[in-house]
Design a protein around this ligand. Structure first.
Ligand SMILES: [Zn+2]
Length: 177
């Protein structure tokens, strides 16, 4: 018998039922999508040659699945993902600087507005990336997925994120990216 499929309210993916519960405070996601993301994150992190792609995976999934119960911390987390997506896709910054960028953005951060998310139905999902893991196309699919997620946010909030990035640049005394 085929396992039943479970819809993810974040990305619209249908993934086989795994029968686990989500943590209490979590993203708009199915447990199945959250689990597959966790697996792919561990697989990607575990391969030194893929470290340069890691931030694309992290930003793509998290910006596609914002927190359900938003608060200051949730808004801040989303803002950091959107700011690195802006740098990668609007300014050509390399994703290999992802962790360093997020660290820098935590310093002198401002209070980020809450942004109601756009719809991501019909877009790339973690399943697309999972299928390409271990192939030369993996980085490309991560880039396409992250780029599509960024485009959905940018259609409504480009100016907001650009202003956040501008503020970070002004307040950051760390190295220029
Ligand atoms: Zn999902």
């Amino acid at each position: 018998m085929k396992p039943s499929l479970v819809l993810c309210d974040g990305c619209g993916s249908y993934l086989p039922h795994v029968g686990i519960a989500l943590p209490d405070e979590t993203h708009v996601t199915s447990a199945e999508c959250f689990t597959l993301y966790g697996e792919l994150l561990a697989m990607t992190y575990g391969d030194a040659e893929l470290r340069g792609s890691l931030q694309l995976l992290v930003d793509a999934w998290n910006a596609q699945h914002p927190f359900e119960n938003y608060d200051r911390k949730a808004d801040q987390s989303l803002a950091l993902h959107l700011m690195t997506l802006f740098l990668f896709f609007e300014e050509g910054v390399s994703p290999e600087f992802g962790a360093e960028l997020h660290g820098s953005m935590m310093v002198n951060r401002i209070a980020f507005d809450h942004l109601p998310p756009p719809s991501f139905r019909g877009a790339f999902t973690v399943e697309d990336a999972f299928e390409q893991f271990g192939t030369p196309a993996y980085h490309t699919v991560l880039r396409d997925w992250a780029g599509e997620v960024w485009s959905a946010w940018a259609a409504e909030y480009y100016d907001v994120v650009e202003e956040w990035v501008r503020h970070w640049r002004l307040s950051s005394r760390s190295k220029n990216f």
